[in-house]
Design a protein around this ligand. Structure first.
Ligand SMILES: NC(=O)c1ccc[n+]([C@@H]2O[C@H](COP(=O)([O-])OP(=O)(O)OC[C@H]3O[C@@H](n4cnc5c(N)ncnc54)[C@H](OP(=O)(O)O)[C@@H]3O)[C@@H](O)[C@H]2O)c1
Length: 254
C-alpha cells in the first residue's frame, strides 16, 4: 500500500492537488518535502501536518536556480516518492500570448519535471524501490485549440512517463502518470456551480491525490480519477488521431 513510501517530495504543494498530496502522504506516514514559490502557504501546510518530518523548499521552478535547488536536495537525500505536480496553464490563441509566459509554462510543466525525475530516479533504481507520480492532464490526450502549449506540455508528460514506466518497472520502481479532468483548484477560479450538471463532473483535489497515490503504490501506469473521465480518456485514445484532431480543431478552448 501507499505507506510503503517513507519519504516524498511534492512540487506545487502550496495549493490544490499538491497540497492534498502532501496531506495524504503525511497521513500515510511519509516525511514530506514541499516545494513551491509561496513560502507562507508552504509553512501553513507544514504547520497542519503532524507526526512526520516536513521540509519546506521555496523554489521557482521556471528558473534554472529554482530547479537546481530541488535537484541538489534530491541528490543529497534521496526520497522514495517524487510527485511532480507543479504546473501552470495559459489559455488563449498562441499567437496572441506573451512569449515569456508560454516559454515559462514549458519550463515548469516539462523541463522541471524532466530534470527532477532525472535527479531522483537513479537512486530509486539502485535501491530497487521507489515511485514517481507525474501530473499530466486529460488535456494531454489530444491537441487543444486555445491551450496549445498546455496540451503539448501534458502530452510530453504522458509519453515520457509511459516510456519511463516501461524502462524501470522491472527494477521495482513505479512510474505513474496522473491524468485528471476538471478539478476544483486555484487553477480554475471560474468553475461552474458545483450543483449544476457540469459541476457534478468536477473532482475534489483530495480525491485526485488519493487516486494517484493508490495507483503508484500498486504499480499502475495510469491514474485517471473518476469513471466519467476514464471513459473520456479511453474514448479519445481509441479514436483515430485524424478524427481526434478534426474534432478538437472545431472547439476553441480558452
Ligand atoms: N485543476 C485542474 O482542473 C487540473 C486538471 C488537470 C491537470 N491539472 C494539473 O494538476 C497540477 C496541479 O494543479 P492544481 O490544479 O492543483 O493548480 P493550483 O492550485 O494552481 O496549483 C499549482 C501549484 O503549482 C505551483 N507552481 C506554479 N508555478 C510554479 C513555479 N514557477 N515554481 C514552483 N511552483 C509553481 C503553485 O505554487 P506557487 O504559486 O506557490 O509557486 C501551486 O502550488 C498541475 O500540473 C496541473 O496542470 C490540474
Amino acid at each position: 500500500m501507499s505507506d510503503q513510501y517513507r519519504s516524498a517530495l511534492v512540487t506545487g504543494a502550496s495549493s490544490g492537488i499538491g497540497w492534498e498530496f502532501a496531506r495524504e502522504l503525511a497521513a500515510r506516514g511519509a516525511d514530506v518535502t514541499v516545494v513551491a514559490r509561496r513560502t507562507e502557504r508552504l509553512e501553513q501546510l507544514a504547520a497542519e501536518l503532524s507526526g512526520v518530518k516536513v521540509e519546506v523548499i521555496t523554489a521557482d521552478l521556471s528558473t534554472d536556480d529554482g530547479i537546481a535547488a530541488v535537484e541538489q536536495r534530491l541528490a543529497a537525500d534521496p526520497v522514495e516518492l517524487l510527485v511532480n505536480n507543479a504546473g501552470i496553464a495559459t489559455a488563449g490563441p498562441f499567437a496572441e500570448q506573451p512569449r515569456d509566459a508560454e516559454a515559462g509554462e514549458v519550463v515548469v510543466n516539462v523541463v522541471a519535471l524532466h530534470r527532477l525525475t532525472h535527479a531522483a530516479i537513479a537512486a530509486m533504481v539502485r535501491a530497487g524501490r521507489g515511485g514517481v507520480i507525474n501530473v499530466a492532464s486529460l488535456a494531454g490526450d489530444q491537441p487543444l485549440r486555445g491551450f496549445a502549449t498546455y496540451s503539448a506540455t501534458k502530452a510530453f508528460v504522458i509519453q515520457f512517463s509511459e516510456a519511463l514506466h516501461a524502462e524501470v518497472k522491472r527494477s521495482g520502481v513505479h512510474v505513474t502518470v496522473l491524468k485528471p479532468g476538471y478539478v476544483w483548484t486555484e487553477m480554475n477560479p471560474d468553475g461552474p456551480d458545483p450543483k449544476s450538471l457540469a459541476g457534478r463532473f468536477w473532482l475534489r483535489p483530495e480525491v485526485v491525490a488519493r487516486h494517484a497515490l493508490d495507483a503508484v503504490a500498486a504499480g499502475k501506469l495510469h491514474s485517471v480519477p473518476g469513471p466519467h473521465y476514464r471513459f473520456a480518456s479511453a474514448a479519445v485514445n481509441a479514436l483515430p488521431d485524424q478524427l481526434v484532431r478534426a474534432l478538437s480543431s472545431r472547439f476553441q478552448a480558452g
